[in-house]
Write a protein that binds this ligand. Structure first.
Ligand SMILES: [Mg+2]
Length: 165
């Protein structure tokens, strides 16, 4: 059989990802609701802030954390509290440390494919994201060439996937 090169999406394909961000956004909105805005308005300001920051800092957890903090400061203005910023920071750090939740069937599927094809894992985020440490070999680290298009190219290692399930 012909050996192909397969580009594999990672977030929300190999493992759950977006659900953790959405959960944190809900917690964040609850945290800042006390500023007197509706939940929809807080989300709207967060979305706007994220759109701006993604262009500059990419899609990673740290860019997301920056957006949460900026949104809070925009909404709370001079009433912004240091302890609320600290709480937001703690939640972002927790998110960053959350191990990937591998979806059913992924380790077996990758093990099958890697025998037959060349696999390249593509995902977004910061190159230093500790959640990716087990997933890449140093020689294959890929630095984004464009600040507005951060992407990560690593080779998946089915042994690591199997170990994590
Ligand atoms: Mg994806």
């Amino acid at each position: 059989m012909r050996r192909n090169t397969l580009l594999i999406d990672a977030d929300d394909t190999l493992w759950e990802n977006n659900v953790f961000f959405e959960k944190l956004i809900e917690d964040f909105i609850t945290l800042v609701e006390s500023c007197g805005f509706t939940r929809a308005y807080v989300r709207h300001i967060l979305n706007e802030t994220e759109r701006k920051n993604i262009r500059q800092y990419g899609y990673g957890v740290r860019s997301f954390g920056r957006s949460l903090e900026e949104t809070y400061i925009k909404l709370a203005e001079h009433l912004a509290k240091r302890e609320v910023l600290a709480q937001i920071h703690t939640r972002v750090v927790d998110l960053e440390r959350t191990p990937p939740k591998i979806l059913d069937g992924v380790p077996e599927t990758l093990a099958y494919l890697t025998e037959r094809h060349r696999l390249i894992l593509f995902t977004k985020g910061e190159p230093e994201d500790p959640r990716m440490d087990d997933w890449q070999q140093p020689a294959q680290r890929h630095q984004p060439r464009h600040a507005d298009r951060p992407e990560r190219r690593v080779h998946p290692t089915p042994a690591h996937l199997a170990a994590r399930t």
